[in-house]
Design a protein around this ligand. Structure first.
Ligand code: AHR
Length: 495
């Protein structure tokens, strides 16, 4: 491949390395919050989990849902804890104690060093409640709602910038599902009022809940007909899984993400063209991950418990490789995808797992995100890649090598992120480096199957999947040479 200093995609927005905390299963309760845990701090936040979140290096965390938000009354989760109501959460058929709410999340975010991204309920509620929440969170004081926040112990405004206008409003499973026209109008009115409260808010309109929705593209087109001028982003959600033990097909999942992003760009730019607008909406891929949905019997199977164990998927190396390729896809489209959230942070399809009263550990999918959050700095470079391919339906021809490079003009560091999809063959790679200065190999990190792609971290074996250093890379003149192990994720850092 060739990496050329002039072939730039975009400056990478740090918000690309986000995550998601939903009131679902044990993501909040016994995930990030567990006052009785031996590692809990005075706020009840789990110190072991906080430590892993800081190490993961995620930039933005979306909250409180997800499907949960579409039935949520944010007022239930603020004020004295002993006065907060327990309520039925109809989205996940659980009991929500409301012991953790907006103010706890903001305090946790500050401790974790992440930017909060909030969602408002446009399922069962409307524009007024959305504007009320912005006023409670962001208005300095002197009104009933802002003074209520101050009375609740938060004198300074939370200054939350990023807001989702509802969640998956096209979906039949969504509480208060809407038609595109209904949602488009509501999103426009909510956006108008939220911006009147605080003009600095950045707003995300709901795109289709997945690419395979029959309404995809038509939904976006009609929604944006109503709210194009009022919003900054359109959302994308996508989860991938291995079907019928088809590993080569699963490993090609990022081809679907590539297409989804490109189709979404075409759709929103089509609306811009129709409106004779030069504005370019950005994309917020605010739910993405591997999720073995076939193993989940759906919310109907749940029975109104507090903090039930729901979709606590355990991830292997194969899942980590797919996550790696998905991150490469996001970086490759970083000129338009400016926000992305791996869903979710803890326990529920989580990068981190934790046991009530027990330990926390990193899942395999934690590592590619941690590597990218730390090392994908500066500009994403558009590589010219020639790779052998294989055929995997429905994706067609898929390259064995998936790769992207980033270049940080501040310190000159160039980092290659590469996945070798081959099940059994090492992949020799050479990269010509043009206009990137004199470079040497600083580090080559590898997460590889090493003969067992099903290896997973568990409570008993939390270190079974751990990245290792490799000596396989070298730079001679202006050429990087390396070899990628079969089924491996690689980070090659040049300085
Ligand atoms: O992340 C789990 C769920 O997946 C979210 O609540 C919803 O938005 C999506 O369908």
């Amino acid at each position: 491949m060739t990496a050329h200093a002039d072939y730039q995609i975009a400056e990478i927005d740090r918000r690309l390395f986000g995550s998601f905390v939903e009131h679902m299963g044990r993501c909040v309760y016994s995930g990030i919050y567990e006052p009785s845990h031996p590692d809990a701090d005075e706020d009840g936040f789990r110190g072991d989990v906080l430590e892993m979140v800081r190490e993961l290096g995620v930039s933005v965390v979306r909250y409180p849902g997800g499907n949960f938000v579409s039935g949520y009354r944010w007022e239930d989760g603020v004020g004295p804890r002993d006065e907060r109501p327990s309520r039925l959460d109809l989205a996940w058929r659980a009991v929500e104690s409301n012991q953790f709410g907006l103010n706890e999340f903001i305090t946790w975010s500050r401790q974790a060093g992440v930017e909060p991204m909030l969602a408002v309920n446009l399922g069962t509620r409307g524009a007024q409640e959305a504007a009320d929440l912005v006023e409670y969170a962001n208005h300095p004081g002197g009104t009933q709602l802002s003074d209520l926040r101050r009375k609740h112990g938060h004198d300074a405004p939370h200054d939350v910038r990023l807001w989702c206008l509802g969640n998956e409003m096209d979906a039949p499973w969504q509480l208060g599902m809407k038609t595109a026209a209904e949602y488009g109008r509501l999103a426009a009115e909510a956006a108008k009022m939220m911006r009147l409260v605080d003009p600095r808010v950045e707003l995300v309109a709901c795109g289709s809940s997945m690419r395979s929705m029959p309404s995809f593209a038509g939904w976006e087109s009609e929604v944006l007909e109503h709210c194009f001028d009022h919003v900054d982003y359109i959302s994308l959600h996508s989860y991938y899984e291995e079907l019928e033990r088809d590993l080569p097909g699963f490993l090609a999942s990022s081809r679907d993400m590539d297409l989804f992003i490109e189709e979404m760009i075409a759709t929103v730019d089509h609306v811009a063209a129709r409106k004779r607008s030069r504005r370019r909406l950005m994309l917020s891929f605010d739910e993405w991950n591997v999720w073995f949905q076939q193993h989940f019997a759906g919310p109907e199977s749940l029975t109104f418990q507090e903090q039930p164990r729901v979709i606590e998927d355990t991830y292997d190396i194969a899942a980590a490789l797919v996550v790696g390729t998905l991150i490469i896809s996001l970086l490759r489209h970083s000129d338009r995808v400016r926000v992305a959230c791996q869903a979710q942070l803890v326990n529920v399809i989580g990068a981190i797992r934790s046991e009530p009263g027990g330990p926390a550990w990193r899942q395999s999918i934690y590592f590619p995100l941690a590597h990218a959050a730390r090392h994908a700095r500066g500009l994403a470079l558009n590589l010219a890649v020639h790779s052998p391919t294989y055929v995997a339906e429905p994706h067609g021809e898929v390259p064995l090598l998936e790769s992207i490079a980033t270049w940080d003009p501040e310190d000159g560091a160039v980092t290659f992120f590469m996945v070798n999809r081959s099940l059994d063959r090492p992949l020799p790679v050479t990269a010509e480096l043009v206009g990137l200065g004199d470079l040497v190999v600083h580090e080559h990190l590898v997460l590889a199957a090493d003969g067992d792609v099903r290896r997973r971290n568990t409570e008993r074996a939390p270190g079974a999947v751990t990245p290792r250093a490799s000596q396989a890379s070298s730079v001679t003149g202006n050429a990087l040479a390396t070899t990628l192990d079969p089924l491996s994720w690689n980070v090659v850092r040049l300085v």
